[in-house]
Design a protein around this ligand. Sequence first.
Ligand SMILES: [Fe+2]
Length: 204
Amino acid sequence: MAHTLPPLPYAYDALEPYISKEIMTLHHTKHHQTYVNSLNAAEAAYAKASTPKERIALQAALKFNGGGHINHSLFWTNLAPSKSEGKGNGGVLAAGPLSDAIVKAFGTLDNLKKEFNATTAGIQGSGWGWLGYNPSTKLLEVVTTANQDPLLTHVPIIGVDIWEHAFYLQYKNVKADYLNAIWSVINFEEAEKRLLEATSTSKL
Ligand SMILES: [Fe+2]
């Protein structure tokens, strides 16, 4: 079954002023759509491949475009219109299990933001910054992945796209400003939902 581009759960201009309408439109309709199209093409070619060599030749395309589709699908839903702009609940961490887990792992939300931004700013080239749940330690941890690699070692709770297409039109080369701004549109309610799913699964 072919993969399709998931609709954004908000308007293209809903994350302004933190992420511009222009970035959101291009990012969703062009970049993510291309990952979806290329993943479908790679899967169709894989289904037709008749030798191990042909299948091995498709691994890179499957990983890159499959990862791009998975990561962007997570990214759109872990953003929300900002509370500080009176548009939604983005950027608000309410008391609850996620807040407790953040305090347990980082002490404060500000400490998490500092560690996340410093670690993520250090990615060389393109990649993703993650707040992930480590099922072994049962703690939240900041991790990164390169290129479009999906997060496999942890359950993704919050993912931030560090490809230049995610910020360059608005923030130019100043990745730190993008990383500071994005916390105003993080959907902590969605993040808490992911944490609860992750912790209930790990109890099985
Ligand atoms: Fe992206």
